[in-house]
Each structure stands twice: as structure tokens, then as C-alpha cells.
Design a protein around this ligand. Structure first.
Ligand code: F6R
Length: 614
């Protein structure tokens, strides 16, 4: 969602705040702003610059009308309350107080109502009231710190806040309830940021605020308080590894770079889950998951959103087929509210790239509160979910910056397939021979992805055809049904073309009415046991004028060559790994369609990388 950064320092901060915002732009990018405490005519004054649009617009504005100082906060917005306008862009001011905020203040209408006789509001946001409340509390004689602490107690919802107060010498106030907030430790400076990526050029020593924490930062001191206002110490995390993954390098887009990283990222995932040398999966000890034994698990309940949910949906097939383990998949935003009948010995497993998605986190906490054992399959190991789940299963995909998930999806699938095999071995449904065969197929994933990437040119040509479509349909059966859903999601989110995914057999129960002359239908069908059935569905749409693109293997292509105008021939792979390999083709198809249409591939409209509101 929105991104926050702040610096309390010993040298000018404006340029560095804007640099930090650029790293956070993936979280939201409809408007941005910066506020600093600047010396004007010998007087310290709280000043701001804001702009509608991306960070470059703010940068241009600051160039035209410079502001600077040794203390400041900045924000990139993904609008929740109030239209995308410069007025609604953060920081919001009231009197001496400037506020940046990520998340939602749920009781803002009530809070605004309580101040309506004393204050006039200038924005439609839920944030502005926070600035007024702090300012109002200071007018009653409270110090900045006490006014901030008192205000926090009255806020309901999920939020991360950064606050500066003119006249309160050299302090930034920060709070976290819900969305993450990190503190960076510097040399004669300290920082706040929505994540370690924002702070990566400033600090390698990070403190993650815990739920309910708030903090006061000066240039040489950091005081942290918990929700009961007791001063606490929180661990310092030393951020290692290069942030190069957050740079585009020679690629035109992060999404393209991340698609091409997949041979390497899936290899990293595999290193964690399998012992390729001995042709075995790693068991709970090697995975450092003391206590997670699939023998004693009676049900797996996956919870996730968006692309991660489609990865979990593929995993449902794998866990049931390979481990004979009853498995559910719930979209996280629905999970709590349907009041699921939870049973003992259920493993609740969240799947999340960011580890911060509000709905998934809430569902995970719900399961924990109901006494289930919880796990999270996650990319960001410093995330809230990783800190709260009983078992943390990393996917090791490296930072994913493109808003449309690609390398995290294949890494999730790779890890989930490895886990399904582990479960099958532990539960006695996979013997040593079968384990060897399955593990060997896993080891081929990076090479097969590499081969699939060579289809780039052919897929680019097909994308020209797709870019002219009004509507596109994706069909698949079995594990390829969730892949059809993912293909449609990927296309709509970055090309803005209407797209739907269907179980191939379901089309004739209604959606086939939408097929007309020239409608593109992408059929995902390797030559497995369901191939012939899917081909029958393919013919049903072809005879109604659909322009069919078949994604299959050599055998499938031979069978269908005179039925369809376009065939994408993937390498011949094991049926079990096919969804991971075929995912590359649907990613490239959406990527090239979007590039052809000239959309903003890495930061598509209305979206944000990390969805920290419900
Ligand atoms: C789509 C996409 C989203 C995310 C979803 C969950 O390309 O990226 O659908 O998959 O918002 O995010 P995480 O995995 O961070 O919980």
C-alpha cells in the first residue's frame, strides 16, 4: 500500500527522502509528498511539497521549488480514502504537526466529528484527523511525545505512522499497528521506513517495530515503547546481501528481469527443500521445522490472496494426489468471515510473497487464536507473517519489485511441490523409488524454465494478436485450471484487457456464450491424462470462431497441429512439474501484450505490491 520514509539527521534530507521513496514506489504510486523542518529567516518552519502522480513528479516539483532541512518525512500514496489529488496527498498538516500514514484509520469519521467545532478539515483522507488530534492535544499543554501517545490510544484500525512536529526539536515519532514499520540505525542519524528496501541505501541495521509499538527518534537516540507505553528493547537485524536485486540492470522492466531470473530463483528454492545429491526431499529437521510432521497432520488449510492463492490452489491438487492429505484453499479475505469449521490437527498454511498482506495475516492470526498450528510460505523473511507463524517456509526468490508477481509464483509452486512430496514420504504414500523419480523431476525445473524462456520471440509475436482483443479466455484442467486463473489475472492486471480463466469443462455451463468470431482462447494442456478431454473443450470453442492458442508439449502439438492456428510448444516435462514450466509462457504472454499496448508494466494502474489494508 502506501510507503513511508523519514530521516532525523545531521545533514540535508530532501534528496535522500526522495531516493528512498523511489524504492518504495512499488507500494503505491498515485501521488507523493515530502515535509521537512526548514530554517527560514532564522526560524524553523514545517514546509512540504506534494504532487499527483509518480515520484518523478514530486522530484520535479522539489527541483522547481526546493525545500530542505535536517529532519523530514515523505510518503508515496495508494489511495484508500479520498480521490487521487494533490490535496489528498501526504504529508497532512494541522498547525505544527505533519503526518504520513500507511493503512486505514477505521474510526476517522467519529474522530473528525469530535473535532468538527474546533477544526476545519481540508482533505477527504482518514489521515488528516491524526495531525489535528496531536496538534489539539499539544494545545492543552501536552508535550509532542505525550500528545502523540495519547492520540494513538484513540485510533482504531491498521496503520503505520510517521510524525514530525515543528518546534519539537529534532524528533520523529513513529507507530505501528498492522502494517510494518522499520527503524534504521545510522551514524549521527536515524530513519524510519516501511521496509528495509526503503532504507537500504541508508542503513544496514534495522529494528522492526512490533505490533502496537511506537517510537521516538532523534539523531542519536531511539526510544521504543510497547502498546502499554512501557519502554522496550527490540532486536536489531543486520541486513545482509546485496540490494542489487532491487535494480533493473539491463532489463527494460523489473517484470522482465524477474521472469528471466526464474531458472536461478527456483534453483535457490530447491536448495532449501531437496537433497538433489541423494535424490531425497529434506525432512523437518533439515528444514529446521521442529515439530512439523505431516504424519500427524489431518488437513492442510491454505490461505492466500491473488497469485499466491492460485499457487496454493495448485498445491491443493499436489497435497491430495501425492500425500493423500485432505487440503482446502481459501481466499484469505473470505476465510474468517465464513467462520470455517476448524478441526484439530489442521495445519493452517498462509502463502504470501510479502508476508504482510492484511487479509492473509488476519486469517493466519484467526487460525492461531483458534489453536491451530500455523505455517507461512513466504519470500520476505523479516515480514510480520514470518515472525508470527509457528513454521516459516522460505521461498528464497529475492526481492520482487514488479507489482505483478512472477518469480515469487514459480518459487511458491516449487516449494509447495517439494512440501507435498515431503508430506507424501512422511505419510508413507511415496516410496524411495517414487521419491527419487519426483526429486529428479524437481531438479530439472531450472533447466526447463531456461528452455521455455527461449519461446520469448514466438510469444512476443502472439502477443500482438492478443493486444487487439477486447476479451481473452484461459482454459485448463486439473493443476492447469489454477494456472488458467493466474494467466487471466496476469493479463488483466498489466495489459488492462478483460480476461477470465475457467476450468475447461466448465465453459459450456455458461461462459461459452461469450465466445465470438476471433475471441482469443488460451488453452493450457500438456499431453497428460486429461489432454484429450481438454482438446474436446478446445474444439467446442474453435468451432464457435475462437482464435485458439494451445500451450502444450511436443506430443500435444503433434496431436493438435491441424486443429488450432497457434501452438506454443513447451519442453517435454514431467506432469507434476508442468504447471511451474507452463507458468513462464503465460507470464511472457501478458508481459509482451502489455509492452505492446504501452502500459506501465511494473506499476500498473490502481495496484500496489503489498496490500496492507483489508
Ligand atoms: C498479482 C499479485 C497479487 C498478489 C497478492 C498477494 O500479480 O501479485 O495478486 O499475489 O496481492 O500478495 P502476497 O503474496 O504478498 O500476500
Amino acid at each position: 500500500m502506501c510507503g513511508i520514509i523519514g530521516i532525523v539527521g545531521n545533514r540535508p534530507v530532501a534528496g535522500r527522502l526522495i531516493e528512498g521513496l523511489k524504492r518504495l514506489e512499488y507500494r503505491g504510486y498515485d501521488s507523493a509528498g515530502i515535509a521537512v523542518i526548514q530554517e527560514i529567516d532564522g526560524q524553523s518552519t514545517l514546509v512540504r511539497r506534494r504532487a499527483k502522480g509518480k515520484i518523478v513528479k514530486l522530484e520535479e516539483r522539489v527541483k522547481l521549488e526546493p525545500v530542505d532541512g535536517f529532519l523530514g518525512i515523505a510518503h508515496t500514496r495508494w489511495a484508500t480514502h479520498g480521490a487521487v489529488t494533490k490535496t489528498n496527498a501526504h504529508p497532512h498538516f494541522a498547525g505544527q504537526v505533519g503526518v504520513v500514514h500507511n493503512g486505514i484509520i477505521e474510526n476517522f469519521t467519529e474522530l473528525r466529528g469530535a473535532l468538527k467545532d474546533k477544526r476545519s478539515f481540508h482533505t477527504q483522507t482518514d489521515t488528516e484527523v491524526v495531525a489535528h488530534m496531536i496538534d489539539e492535544a499539544m494545545r492543552t499543554g501536552l508535550s509532542g511525545q505525550d500528545a502523540f501517545a495519547q492520540t494513538l490510544k484513540q485510533l482504531r484500525g491498521a496503520f503505520a505512522l510517521g510524525v514530525v512536529i515543528d518546534g519539537v526539536a529534532g524528533q520523529i515519532f513513529a507507530a505501528r499497528k498492522g502494517p510494518p514499520l522499520a527503524i534504521g540505525i545510522g551514524d549521527g542519524e536515524n530513519y524510519i521506513g516501511s521496509d528495509a528496501i526503503a532504507l537500504s541505501s541508508l542503513s544496514k541495521q534495522i529494528i522492526y517495530l512490533e505490533e502496537g509499538d511506537w517510537a521516538v527518534l532523534t539523531d542519536d537516540n531511539i526510544q521504543i515503547y510497547d502498546a502499554k507505553d512501557t519502554e522496550v528493547k527490540r532486536d536489531i537485524t543486520h541486513i545482509t546481501g546485496s540490494m542489487a536485486a532491487a535494480e533493473k540492470g539491463n532489463y527494460r522492466h523489473f517484470m522482465r528481469k524477474e521472469i528471466y531470473e526464474q531458472p536461478e530463483t527456483t534453483a535457490h528454492t530447491l536448495t532449501h527443500y531437496i537433497d538433489a545429491f541423494n535424490h531425497k526431499v529434506k525432512t523437518e529437521d533439515a528444514l529446521k521445522l521442529k515439530g512439523l510432521d505431516f504424519k500427524t497432520v489431518e488437513r492442510v488449510s491454505f490461505i492466500a490472496c491473488g497469485t499466491a492463492a492460485y499457487a496454493a490452489m495448485v498445491a491443493k491438487y499436489w497435497f491430495e494426489q501425492l500425500a493423500h492429505l485432505p487440503t482446502d484453499m481459501d481466499v484469505a479475505s473470505e476465510f474468517r468471515y465464513r467462520r470455517p469449521a476448524l478441526t484439530d490437527n489442521t495445519l493452517a498454511m498462509a502463502v504470501s510473497q510479502s508476508g504482510e498482506t492484511a487479509d492473509t495475516l488476519a486469517a493466519l492470526r484467526y487460525c492461531k487464536d483458534h489453536g491451530l498450528q500455523t505455517g507461512v510460505l513466504v519470500n520476505v523473511l523479516s515480514s510480520t507473517m514470518a515472525r508470527e507463524a509457528d513454521y516459516v517456509l522460505p521461498i528464497n526468490a529475492g526481492p520482487e519489485i514488479g507489482v505483478a508477481s512472477t518469480k515469487a509464483f514459480t518459487a511458491q509452486l516449487t516449494a509447495l511441490l517439494s512440501l507435498a512430496i515431503t508430506a507424501g514420504v512422511q505419510r508413507g504414500h511415496i516410496d524411495t523409488q517414487a521419491e527419487k523419480r519426483l526429486v529428479d523431476s524437481l531438479t530439472h525445473i531450472p533447466r526447463h524454465i531456461n528452455e521455455t524462456l527461449k519461446l520469448d520471440g514466438q510469444i512476443e509475436n502472439l502477443a500482438h494478436m492478443l493486444s487487439k482483443a477486447k476479451s481473452v479466455f484461459y482454459l485448463g484442467r486439473g493443476v492447469h485450471y489454477p494456472l488458467a486463473l493466474e494467466g487471466a489475472l496476469k493479463l488483466k492486471e498489466i495489459s488492462y484487457i478483460h480476461a477470465e480463466g475457467y476450468a475447461a469443462g466448465e465453459l459450456k455451463h455458461g461462459p461459452i456464450a461469450l465466445i465470438e468470431e476471433g475471441t482469443p482462447v488460451i488453452v493450457i494442456a500438456p499431453s497428460d491424462e486429461l489432454f484429450e478431454k481438454t482438446i474436446s473443450n478446445l474444439q467446442e470453442v474453435a468451432t464457435r470462431g475462437a482464435k485458439v492458442v494451445l500451450i502444450t508439449d511436443n506430443k500435444g502439438a503433434k496431436h493438435a497441429h491441424n486443429m488450432v492456428p497457434h501452438i506454443i510448444v513447451c519442453p517435454d516435462v514431467s506432469p507434476v512439474t508442468a504447471p511451474i514450466i507452463y507458468a513462464i509462457t503465460i507470464q511472457l504472454l501478458s508481459y509482451h501484450t502489455a509492452v505492446h499496448l504501452g502500459t506501465d508494466v511494473d506499476q500498473p494502474r490502481n495496484l500496489a505490491k503489498s496490500v496492507t489494508v483489508e
